[in-house]
Design a protein. Structure first.
Lengths: 659, 301
């Protein structure tokens, strides 16, 4: 017997579906247009325009040679541009090209379907680049439009409105299933196969090294590094030091982390603890900037020299961590080897040695530290984001000649000075400050809030923070890096600021408030929607009492829940008896009453005939039967003008008795 | 429910993904792999949303058929060699149904939408090859509503609807003279034995055999010959007269004779080996004769 191919008999999609497909394709590509190489845009525009005129004017399908040639061209161009055809960037460009080419060659229903599925995939690719709530709203709309197109392909001749309604209904009904699968589908830490490097291109974060004097201009990115949400108390502004990396080794030009020393959680004099939630943006770096000082070490991190927390892998997706901070001075034990290492540096210049000796003269460690800070405050140091490039001995040159720089210059020179004076010291980098969002009780810390400061070992006190930048430009610490940038751009002299110089005018205030409101939406979104990772899933399952479930059991559970939900849907949507209007219901009641008395209405019997038969067989009921039937016929078949209250009819039926 | 109708119950509805559905499953796998590899929350959500949509669409597909009531109405009798036309009717007691299809031996009838509590009938043409009763072929109802990725179909329903197929009338060259009562041929009887009652104005629908060609040739206009009851001059269409032919051919010839006699407005009777219909006139008589011929079974010898 010949195998039947039901699909091949189906009608081809109508022209409306063709337009729908074209529109969905273009809409799905829009968010990514600017990321692609320039030559792809005219190519896509040309192909889609051709498709448009095929629909509109009946232009012919381009010949097979042209199509094959164009496909080859796209492949070659993508490969030449990206060096590969796989991965996110090259893959998305290639998919876009193929979609446009495929849309020229729509012969069978399957070709249309393939296009729709490509569009679905391109929507996913957009999510790999950006997960902003606005983009998601847009793409959900594209998703609905694409699904409506799929409906129109499957059901030729359906109206656009019905197709859209049906698509929305399907999507809405799928949401509970989606949530269950989202929560229960076992999450895997890390990638399935080597994560393509291009996934993280363009991520920025703190560098492992610091080379003050090499950079001509500090570029400030206002990309968000992390957000910290404080449910209870807020830290004081002067405590907002987010510790990330401790740099202990200096070769005269570059600060690096140097040797590892055994380290432990510092003991803090301050008893009060500040719980907070940190939402880290992906940085492709392992640092965990923690408010000084972290009480617990979160799972998945390790403690580095100098109580710096670090993830075992680079942060490549948004991470949500619960943290606790204890502001105050830390009493960390330090091994003699660590302290000794904190003194080593290339021999300082004579000028630096003289200055160190001057600061030291007869003072204890504490006082020497204070004197060094005072030196930075009193001398003509200036904070600038455009420092001169320094030569052979950057520290010497900075301390005695240029005297202009930003936090890295100050921290570096300060630590060298202390070490020369015989005080163990090190550079700490991380972030300082952050913009507070009162609506959500959280701080937004951006890359431009990156900061470097110093720590000195004071016997009996431990590692003590000393921030020379604060001594030079207290505004940096007090108002934050963003305000600083504004001030510098206005030409204000830091350190001698008139009160009120930072007042925002109404426009700036409005802009700030809008920005904060937008950020609140975004951060809520990322905390509750995007932050669901393997850890969160474990927490969630533990809360359900399923903490020890393996992936296989989880899949089983998921299947069970989905099956139950499916059964639930079946129950909810099972066809119900069509609802009768009250008149019909009452009449059927009347018929049942007669049936009990032995008078059953035959299916073919109309009300009138039935009434006649009843009257014949039970003359005693004739009056009631006649009246009720007459009323029924009037209500049911009479002109709409006949005013017979249906309640009256129902009443009569109720009062009707066969005995 | 109308008697003879079949309600499509959940047990008789089967659902499987179409080939587009398999393609969709492939898409879901690709989406899931991308989501896992990039550990992307929204990619997961999209994947699961589409997977959920596919699951929900299975229900919609089933619901699109569930509860429909299928009836078939047999068509008017046809002659063998023509197409019998059944009316396949679907009554929808529930919600709107969309793109419901009737399939019959690989033949797909156009999809119909059935509004709530309404019904739709689809003509189903089937070649009528042999005389006798033609049963309505087995019908299968299918749909790939709503996304084309799932297809539901019912088991094949054979409904008690049939269509009468008359024997195919014989061609002119097969024609042998019809025998009138006595010995004359029918053609002779028409001229000599009929009681010609006069001429009347031609009316649309009058048989060409009764047109008065003579008056037309004389240029006197179009008249129809009007025959009154030709009492006593009955024409017998007799099985025995067509002896040289095979039984089937005889039936075809008899059919042809019945049609010709009817067209000529003759009073004719039909005589078969095991039955006879007395001479009469009119459509009912014609139908009775043709039905007898259609259902005639040669006595087994």
């Amino acid at each position: 017997m010949k195998r039947r191919r039901p699909e091949s008999h189906l009608e081809l999609p109508d022209r409306a579906a063709g337009y729908g497909l074209l529109i969905s394709a273009v809409l799905s590509l829009l968010p990514q247009l600017l990321r692609w190489p320039w030559w792809l845009l005219p190519l896509l525009a040309m192909l889609f325009a051709w498709r448009f005129f095929m629909l509109r004017r009946g232009w012919p399908v381009p010949g097979a040679l042209i199509r094959i040639g164009l496909t080859g061209l796209v492949l070659v161009l993508v490969y030449r541009h990206f060096g590969t055809v796989f991965g996110r960037d090259a893959g998305s460009a290639l998919l876009a090209g193929l979609l446009a080419l495929k849309s020229l060659e729509l012969r069978r229903l399957r070709d249309y379907m393939v296009c729709v599925f490509l569009i679905y995939f391109l929507i996913l690719v957009s999510f790999l680049y950006s997960q902003e709530p606005w983009l998601v709203l847009y793409l959900v709309a594209v998703l609905a439009a694409t699904t409506a197109t799929l409906v129109r392909l499957a059901l030729p001749g359906i109206s656009g409105r019905r197709a859209t309604r049906l698509a929305l209904r399907l999507l809405v009904q799928a949401v509970p299933l989606m949530l269950v699968m989202y929560l229960l589908f076992p999450r895997i830490q890390g990638a399935l196969w080597g994560m393509p490097q291009d996934a993280y291109s363009g991520l920025s974060g703190l560098s492992e090294e610091m080379r003050p004097g090499d950079v001509r201009e500090l570029t400030l990115s206002d990309e968000v590094a992390f957000r910290a949400y404080f449910p209870d108390r807020l830290p004081r502004p002067s405590d907002l030091y987010w510790r990330a990396i401790v740099l202990g080794q200096f070769d005269g030009r570059t600060w690096t982390r140097g040797r590892e020393f055994p380290t432990q959680q510092p003991k803090v004099s301050n008893r009060s603890q500040l719980p907070y939630t940190l939402t880290l943006e992906p940085s492709n770096r392992p640092w965990l900037p923690a408010l000084e000082w972290a009480v617990y070490r979160p799972a998945g991190t390790r403690l580095h020299t100098g109580s710096a927390l670090e993830w075992r892998q680079p942060v490549r997706e948004r991470l949500v961590v619960e943290m606790q901070a204890q502001p105050g001075d830390a009493l960390a034990a330090a091994t003699p080897a660590e302290l000794a290492a904190s003194l080593i540096q290339p021999p300082a210049s004579t000028r630096v040695q003289t200055l160190a000796a001057q600061l030291r003269r007869g003072r204890g460690d504490r006082d020497t530290l204070r004197a060094a800070l005072a030196y930075f405050h009193d001398q003509e140091f200036r904070y600038t984001l455009i420092p001169p490039v320094l030569g052979e001995d950057p520290v010497d040159e900075f301390l005695f000649e240029s005297r202009r720089g930003y936090c890295e210059h100050f921290a570096s020179a300060f630590v060298v000075l202390l070490r020369t004076a015989g005080i163990p010291a090190r550079v700490v980098t991380g972030y300082q400050g952050g913009e507070f969002n009162p609506g959500g009780r959280y701080f937004i810390v951006r890359q431009l809030d990156a900061h470097a400061w110093a720590e000195a070992w004071i016997p009996g006190e431990g590692w003590v923070r000393a921030d020379p930048t604060a001594a030079v430009a207290p505004e940096r610490i007090e108002f934050g890096a963003d305000a600083l940038r504004r001030l510098v751009s206005r030409g204000a002299t830091l350190g001698r600021l008139a009160p009120g110089a930072l007042e925002l005018d109404w426009l700036e205030r409005m802009r700030r408030d809008t920005r904060l409101a937008v950020d609140l939406v975004q951060s809520t979104w990322s905390r509750w929607v995007l932050g669901y990772n393997p850890e969160r899933q474990r927490e969630f399952l533990t809360a359900l009492g399923l903490g020890d479930f393996t992936a296989a059991r989880l899949v089983g559970l998921l299947a069970l829940v989905v099956a139950l939900m499916f059964a639930g849907y079946l129950l909810i949507t099972r066809p119900r008896r069509p609802r009768l209007d009250p008149v019909q219901r009452a009449y059927l009641r009347f018929c049942r009453k007669l049936a009990r008395a032995g008078l059953t209405r035959a299916p073919h019997e109309g009300p009138q005939d039935f009434a006649k038969r009843c009257v014949r067989e039970r003359p005693d009921l004739s009056e009631d039967v006649r009246t009720i039937t007459e009323l029924y016929v009037q209500l049911r078949y009479g002109s709409p003008d006949t005013v017979v209250p249906s309640e009256d009819f129902a009443h009569r039926v109720t009062r009707f008795h066969t005995t | 429910m109308t008697p003879g109708a079949v309600a499509l119950g959940s047990r008789s509805i089967y659902i499987l993904p179409t080939r587009h559905g398999l393609l969709f499953a492939l898409l879901l796998v690709a989406l899931l792999l991308a989501a896992v590899n990039y550990a992307n929350a929204l990619a997961y959500l999209l994947t699961f949303l589409l997977a959920g949509m596919a699951m929900v669409s299975i229900l919609h597909t089933q619901r699109n058929l569930l509860g429909l009531e299928l009836t078939v109405i047999g068509g008017d009798p046809v002659f063998a060699g023509e197409e019998a036309c059944f009316q396949v009717c679907l009554r929808n007691p529930g919600q709107q149904r969309t793109a419901v299809r009737v399939e019959c031996d690989g033949q797909l009838l156009p999809a119909v939408d059935i509004p709530p509590r309404d019904n739709r009938c689809i003509p189903l043409a089937t070649p009528a090859l042999r005389r006798g009763w033609l049963d309505c072929p087995a019908l299968m109802i299918s749909t790939h509503y709503p996304l084309g990725i799932t297809r539901a179909w019912t088991r094949r329903h054979r409904l008690a609807a049939r269509c009468l197929v008359y024997p195919q009338p014989a061609d002119d060259r097969d024609l042998l003279p019809i025998v009138a009562d006595g010995t004359e041929a029918a053609g002779v009887a028409l001229h000599e034995g009929d009681e010609f009652a006069g001429l009347r104005n031609y009316q649309n629908g009058d048989s060409p055999a009764r047109i008065s060609w003579k008056t037309l040739a004389r240029g006197q206009g179009l008249y129809t010959k009007d025959f009154r009851q030709p009492l006593g001059m009955d024409v017998w269409i007799d099985w025995e007269e067509f002896a040289p032919h095979t039984p089937e051919m005889r039936l075809r010839l008899l059919t042809r004779a019945v049609l010709d006699a009817d067209a000529a407005g003759l009073r004719y009777g039909l005589r078969l080996p095991d039955s006879a219909l007395d001479p009469d006139l009119g459509d009912n008589h014609r139908a009775a004769c043709l039905q007898t011929l259609a259902l005639y079974e040669a006595p087994s010898t």
